[in-house]
Design a protein around this ligand. Structure first.
Ligand code: NAD
Length: 284
């Protein structure tokens, strides 16, 4: 279908650019390095760490992993983070979530130096996003969404953007990024009354709820741009939060699931890492 955005093409182009930036840094003796801490038994997390590992390999980025078993303690994780914060060869630190239940997640995440916070979840970086600070590190999924919107060549200024979902990792930061592009942003969530009255006015609709097929054809504006962030597993099939089959017949552009926003996230993480590494050059 014509309205389905070819996200794979967008990601391939971004990866080429990141790879060339890595090569430029290598020429001046800088070797971008990511440190990953995995402290849980979750199969999905192991898959995510594997995806990050293989993209690092593909782009020429160095990667070190700390795989911790359930005997690990918050103190031990904090010690590793402290070491990595002070290791000048490490540019980014990523703690794969969720953590073992006995670990103090907020304390661990806040211990990561905000300068090495590749995920962009540190309170300082979330604050920088709000004040448009020049050294902001943008959370990866919202960054990937902006790549998709940029690739469409649409002038966002003055458009009605509706974000459904108010999570710290997607909803809140994407609302800020759209605001920065001068969209008129409305945020909806689980307590919103009459969701359709908002979604049907959206020129840009971003949906990140985890509710399969929440958005149906009657809820969207004709020729809208729909970004479906949802990743929901139903009977071994992955579906988004939007009824793509029907909605794609009415809108101008829509991201597919799978193969949509999800595939931009790891590339956006690599982009954050290389941007952090390039600051080493400025310090010289
Ligand atoms: P979350 O799971 O933390 O919270 C869900 C949000 O949806 C809440 O803000 C809630 O208020 C809202 N919501 C729930 N039911 C609603 C309803 N009926 N109407 C309106 N709003 C409703 O959010 P999250 O972590 O952003 O995850 C949302 C979805 O996006 C999940 O499917 C997740 O797997 C997916 N996700 C995908 C990526 C990616 O890379 N593509 C990254 C992060 C999350």
């Amino acid at each position: 279908m014509d309205s389905i955005i070819d996200v794979k093409k967008i990601v391939e182009r971004k990866k080429e650019k990141i790879k060339s930036n890595v090569q430029k840094l290598n020429k001046v003796g800088i070797y971008p390095k990511l440190a990953v801490i995995l402290a849980n038994d979750d199969e999905a997390s192991k898959i995510y760490v594997g995806k990050k590992r293989s993209m690092c390999e593909e782009l020429g980025i160095q990667e070190v992993e700390y795989i911790l078993d359930e005997t690990t303690t918050t103190k031990k994780v904090l010690e590793i983070i402290d070491r990595l914060n002070n290791d000048t060869s490490v540019d980014g630190i990523l703690v794969q979530l969720p953590l073992f239940k006995h670990l103090d997640e907020p304390k661990i995440l806040e211990a990561i130096s905000c300068k090495k916070d590749v995920d962009g979840f540190h309170p300082t970086n979330l604050g920088k996003l709000i004040i448009n600070h020049e050294e902001e590190i943008i959370p990866c999924t919202p960054k990937g969404i902006m790549w998709i919107l940029d690739s469409l060549g649409v002038n966002i200024e003055g458009l009605n953007a509706v974000v459904v979902g108010r999570s710290v990792i997607v909803g809140k930061p994407i609302a800020q990024l759209l605001l920065k592009k001068n969209a008129t942003v409305t945020m909806c969530h689980s307590k919103t009354k009459d969701l359709k009255s908002y979604t049907s006015k959206a020129d840009i609709l971003v949906v990140a709820t985890g509710v399969p097929n929440l958005i149906t054809k009657d809820m969207v504006k004709k020729d809208a741009i729909v970004i479906d962030v949802g990743i929901n597993r139903i009977e071994k099939k992955i579906v988004g939060d939007v009824d793509t089959k029907e909605v794609s017949k009415k809108v101008k552009y829509i991201t597919p699931v799978p193969g949509g926003v999800g595939i931009t996230t790891v590339a956006a993480l690599m982009d954050n890492l290389v941007n952090i590494a390039s600051k080493r050059k400025e310090k010289r």
